[in-house]
Ligand binder design. Structure first.
Ligand code: B16
Ligand code: MG
Length: 217
C-alpha cells in the first residue's frame, strides 16, 4: 500500500535554525538576556511562543501579554528579513534527490513542521511542488512531542499511521512519530536521537535501496 513520507522542515530540509538564532539573539540582547548557540539547540522543533518563554526564563524576565506579543512580532519580522534571501543553495545535502526518488515511486509526501513560515520557505528554495500535503504551525494546536502534526499529515494523505515514515531532527519530533505508531527516522546524531528507529547523519548516508525497502515493507 501507499506510504506517507513526512518531512520536518528546520534541520531536515533546510537549516533555518541559524536564522532563528540570529533573530532570537537580537531580541535577547535588547532585553539583556544572555542567549548562546547552546541555548538555541533547545529551541529546535519548539513553537515560537514556547521559544520566547524559554528565553525569558533564561533571564528571569517576566512580561505582560502585550509585551510578549510585541516581541514575538519583532522576532518574526527580523526572522523574515533573514530568510528573505534564501534560495535552493540552502537545501540540505541530497534532500531534493530523496524527494525526487520518493515522488517517482508514487508515494505520498507531506511536510510536518512547527513553523508558521513553512510555505514561503519551501517556495523560496524551490521544493514546494514536491509536497502533496503541508501541515505546519498554522494548522495545529499541540506542539511536538504531541503527534497531532504528523497524524494530520498522514490522514490528509489517506494513509494509516502504520504506513507513515517521519524524518525528524528533534528529539520531540522523534517522540511524536513514535507515539503515533509511525516509523521514526532521525536526521542527525544517533547519541541525541536515541529513540529513533533508524538514524542517519544526513540524506547522503541514506541509500535509495533503504527507501525502497521502506516502501515495500
Ligand atoms: P516559526 P520545524 C521549527 O521548525 C523550528 O525548529 C523552531 O526553532 C521554531 O521555533 C518553530 O519551527 C516555529 O517557527 O517561528 O517560523 O513559526 O523543525 O518544526 O520545521
Ligand atoms: Mg526540525
Amino acid at each position: 500500500s501507499k506510504k506517507a513520507f513526512i518531512f520536518d522542515l528546520d534541520g531536515v530540509i533546510v537549516d533555518t535554525a541559524k536564522y532563528h538564532f540570529m533573530a532570537w539573539q537580537k531580541l535577547a540582547d535588547s532585553l539583556d538576556i544572555l542567549f548562546t548557540p547552546e541555548h538555541n539547540e533547545e529551541l529546535k522543533g519548539v513553537s515560537r511562543v514556547r521559544s520566547l518563554e524559554i528565553i525569558l526564563g533564561l533571564g528571569n524576565v517576566t512580561a505582560t501579554e502585550e509585551e510578549k506579543q510585541k516581541w514575538l512580532t519583532q522576532k518574526n519580522e527580523d526572522y523574515l528579513s533573514y530568510i528573505e534571501k534564501m534560495d535552493d543553495s540552502e537545501i540540505l545535502p541530497d534532500v531534493r534527490e530523496t524527494l525526487e526518488f520518493i515522488k517517482e515511486k508514487g508515494q505520498g509526501i507531506a511536510l510536518g513542521s512547527a513553523s508558521k513560515n513553512a510555505r514561503p520557505i519551501l517556495e523560496k528554495v524551490g521544493l514546494l511542488h514536491f509536497f502533496d500535503v503541508i501541515v505546519d504551525g498554522n494548522d495545529v494546536t499541540n506542539a511536538k512531542p504531541d503527534p497531532e502534526v504528523f497524524v494530520r499529515a498522514s490522514k490528509l494523505l489517506g494513509v494509516s499511521n502504520e504506513d507513515a515514515i517521519v524524518f525528524e531532527d528533534s528529539v520531540a519530533g522523534i517522540q511524536a512519530a513514535n507515539i503515533a505508531g509511525m516509523l521514526s527516522i532521525g536526521i542527525g546524531e544517533k547519541s541525541v536521537l536515541k529513540e529513533a528507529k533508524y538514524c542517519f547523519p544526513n540524506f547522503l548516508h541514506m541509500d535509495t535501496s533503504f527507501i525502497e525497502t521502506l516502501i515495500k515493507n
